[in-house]
Design a protein around this ligand. Structure first.
Ligand code: NAD
Length: 510
C-alpha cells in the first residue's frame, strides 16, 4: 500500500487542487494513520481573511438577486461533482481524519444528500400568509438572504458539516466563508476545488459569473483566523461546530455585535437499555455508536444506562464484542476502529480513564494498540468503564472511545441520569415496551435535540434538524426547517383598499 503522503498527493491531484497550496507552507498537516506529514499548508494572514470576507460580501450582493431555483442549480452541480469524486474525497477524509473508508465515503454521501435536499428547497423557501384584522389588507411573510455566513468546522466531520451549512446557505442566497479545522485543511482544499468546478459550469454563460467567483471562501489557519470571521460585522451569521469551549468564546463575541450565531457543540450522549429491550439489537446499536469512528463523533454514545436485571448479560456481550473489534489503519479492509486524531486526544483519553479509576470505575480495554508498528499514531482499544455513580468525569465529554456504564432500577431514575449532564445532543432508548418508549420521547423524557428508539445515538440522516440543547449550543442544522436560520424573515402588510384603518382600532385622523 502507498504511504499516506503519496496517496494524499495523488488524490489531491485527481481532485484538482493546486500543489502550491499544500507544499512548502508553514502548517504541517499530519495523517492520524501513522502521524506522517501529508501536506505543508500556507496559512493566511488576518488581512487576507478580511479581504476574503469583503469579496464574499460582494458576491452575496450579486447572488441575493439570483432567483432561488437558479441558486439551486449551482448546488445541484456541486452534488454532481461530489458524486463523480465520491471515492477520492472519501479516501482523503480517511487519510486526514482517520475515519474508516466506509465512513469517509458515508461523509461524502451526506454531502450529496444535503445538496439534493437543498435543490428541492430552492423551489420552496416559503413564508405564511396571515389573516389581517383590517378590511382590504393582506399579511404575509417573505424570507430573504442574510448576507455572508461564516462556517467554522471541527476535525471530525471535516467536509460534511461545511456541506450541511453551505448547501442551505447558498440556496438561501448567501455567500459563505469557511474556516475548516486546522487539523483537516486538505479535505477542505479538495472540497473547494470541487465547488470551483461546479461554479465554473454554473457561471460559464452568465453575465454575473465573475461577481460570483467568491461565493465560497476558504480561511486557512488556526483559531485566531476563526476569530476574524467571528468578529467581522460583515458576517451576518456564524455557524460554529466544535467544542463547548469554543462555543463559549464564539457565542458572546458574536452577540456583542448583534450578529447571529448557530452553535453545534459537544455531546455526552446516553443509551438507556430497559428490561424489555431486544439485546441483540441493543448490542449492535451501542457498539457502532460507542466504538465507531473511534469515539470521535459529537453523537458518540458515551454513557450506557442499563437496567440492573440485564446489566451483567449485556456487559458480558459488549466486552466480548469489544475484545474482537478490528483496530488499525482505516484504509485496511475489515478494520472497524481507526486512530485517534492526535497525541493530545490520546492523552485526554488516558487522563479520563485515570480519573474514572480514581472515582471507583472498573476499566475494560483502553490500552494503546500498535504503538510499535506506528509510533507516531494513536490507536486504542475502545474502553468500557463500569462506574459506581455519574461522577464529574462521566459528565464531561472526552472526545475518545470511552463508554461509561451505570445501572438503574426505575425508568424515572434512568431518565434523570440521562438528563443530568451539561450537554443535550443525542439520546436513545432500547425497549419493546410502548409505554417506556413514549415516556422517553415525551416532554418529561429525554431533554436532548435528538431522541431515538431502538437505534443508537449516532448516524443521523440529513432530513431531520440536527443539533442539541444546553451546552451543545441550541443550534439546528441540516433538514426540516433548519434553512430558516440562514434567512431573514420580513413581515409584510399590503393595503389594497382606499381606506387607512389602523390596527387595534386606533384613531389618528388628520
Ligand atoms: P475545536 O473546538 O477545538 O475546534 C473547532 C473549530 O473551531 C476549529 O476550526 C477551530 O480552529 C475553531 N476555533 C476554536 N476556537 C475558536 C475561537 N475562539 N474562535 C473561532 N474559532 C475557533 O473542536 P474539535 O476538536 O475540532 O472537534 C471536536 C469537538 O467538536 C467535540 O467537542 C465534538 O463534540 C464537537 N462537534 C460537535 C458537532 C455538533 O454538530 N454538535 C459536530 C462535530 C463535532
Amino acid at each position: 500500500m502507498s504511504k499516506p503522503s503519496e496517496l494524499t498527493r495523488s488524490l489531491l491531484q485527481q481532485l484538482g487542487v493546486d500543489p502550491a497550496l499544500y507544499t512548502g507552507g508553514n502548517l504541517a498537516v499530519h495523517s492520524p494513520i501513522d502521524g506522517s506529514v501529508i501536506g505543508q499548508l500556507h496559512t493566511q494572514t488576518v488581512a487576507q481573511v478580511q479581504q476574503s470576507i469583503d469579496q464574499a460580501h460582494a458576491a452575496y450582493l450579486a447572488w441575493r438577486d439570483v432567483p432561488a431555483p437558479q441558486r439551486g442549480e449551482l448546488v445541484r452541480l456541486l452534488g454532481e461533482e461530489l458524486r463523480a469524486e465520491k471515492q477520492a474525497l472519501g479516501q482523503l477524509v480517511a487519510l486526514e481524519a482517520g475515519k474508516i473508508l466506509t465512513e469517509g465515503l458515508g461523509e461524502v454521501q451526506e454531502m450529496i444528500d444535503i445538496c439534493d435536499f437543498a435543490v428541492g428547497l430552492s423551489r420552496q423557501l416559503y413564508g405564511l400568509t396571515i389573516a389581517s384584522e383590517r378590511p382590504g389588507h393582506r399579511m404575509m411573510e417573505t424570507w430573504h438572504p442574510l448576507g455572508v455566513v461564516g462556517v467554522i468546522t471541527a476535525f471530525n466531520f471535516p467536509v460534511a458539516v461545511w456541506a450541511w451549512n453551505a448547501a442551505l446557505a447558498l440556496v438561501a442566497g448567501n455567500a459563505v466563508v469557511w474556516k475548516p479545522s486546522e487539523k483537516t485543511p486538505l479535505t477542505a482544499l479538495a472540497t473547494q476545488a470541487l465547488f470551483a468546478r461546479a461554479l465554473k459550469r454554473f457561471g460559464a454563460d452568465r453575465s454575473d459569473g465573475a461577481a460570483l467567483a467568491h461565493l465560497n471562501q476558504l480561511v486557512l489557519g488556526d483559531r485566531t483566523l476563526g476569530e476574524v470571521v467571528v468578529d467581522s460585522p460583515k458576517v451576518a451569521l456564524v455557524s460554529a461546530t466544535g467544542s463547548t469551549r469554543m462555543g463559549r468564546e464564539v457565542g458572546p463575541r458574536v452577540a456583542q455585535r448583534f450578529g447571529r450565531v448557530l452553535l453545534e457543540l459537544g455531546g455526552n450522549n446516553a443509551v438507556i437499555v430497559t428490561p424489555s429491550a431486544d439485546l441483540d439489537l441493543a448490542l449492535r446499536g451501542i457498539a457502532f455508536a460507542a466504538a465507531g469512528t473511534a469515539g470521535q463523533r459529537c453523537t458518540t454514545t458515551r454513557r450506557l444506562i442499563v437496567h440492573h436485571s440485564v446489566k451483567q448479560q449485556l456487559l458480558e456481550r459488549l466486552k466480548a464484542a469489544y475484545a474482537k473489534l478490528p483496530i488499525g489503519s482505516p484504509l485496511q479492509e475489515g478494520v472497524l476502529v481507526g486512530p485517534l486524531i492526535d497525541k493530545a486526544s490520546f492523552e485526554a483519553f488516558e487522563k479520563a480513564l485515570a480519573s474514572a479509576r480514581a472515582e471507583g470505575g472498573q476499566v475494560f480495554g483502553g490500552e494503546r494498540v500498535d504503538a510499535d508498528k506506528a509510533p507516531g499514531a494513536y490507536y486504542v482499544r475502545p474502553a468500557i468503564v463500569e462506574m459506581p455513580a455519574q461522577s464529574e468525569t462521566v459528565r464531561h465529554e472526552t472526545f475518545a472511545p470511552i463508554l461509561y456504564v451505570l445501572g438503574y432500577d426505575s425508568l424515572e431514575e434512568a431518565i434523570a441520569l440521562q438528563n443530568d449532564v451539561p450537554q443535550g445532543l443525542s439520546s436513545a432508548i432500547f425497549t419493546t415496551d410502548l409505554r417506556e418508549a413514549e415516556r422517553f420521547l415525551s416532554a418529561s423524557g429525554s431533554d436532548c435535540g435528538i431522541a431515538n428508539v431502538n437505534i443508537g445515538t449516532s448516524g443521523a440522516e440529513i432530513g431531520g434538524a440536527f443539533g442539541g440543547e444546553k451546552e451543545t449550543g441550541g443550534g439546528r442544522e441540516s433538514g426540516s426547517d433548519a434553512w430558516k436560520a440562514y434567512m431573514r424573515r420580513a413581515t409584510n402588510t399590503v393595503n389594497y383598499s382606499r381606506e387607512l384603518p389602523l390596527a387595534q382600532g386606533v384613531k389618528f385622523d388628520i
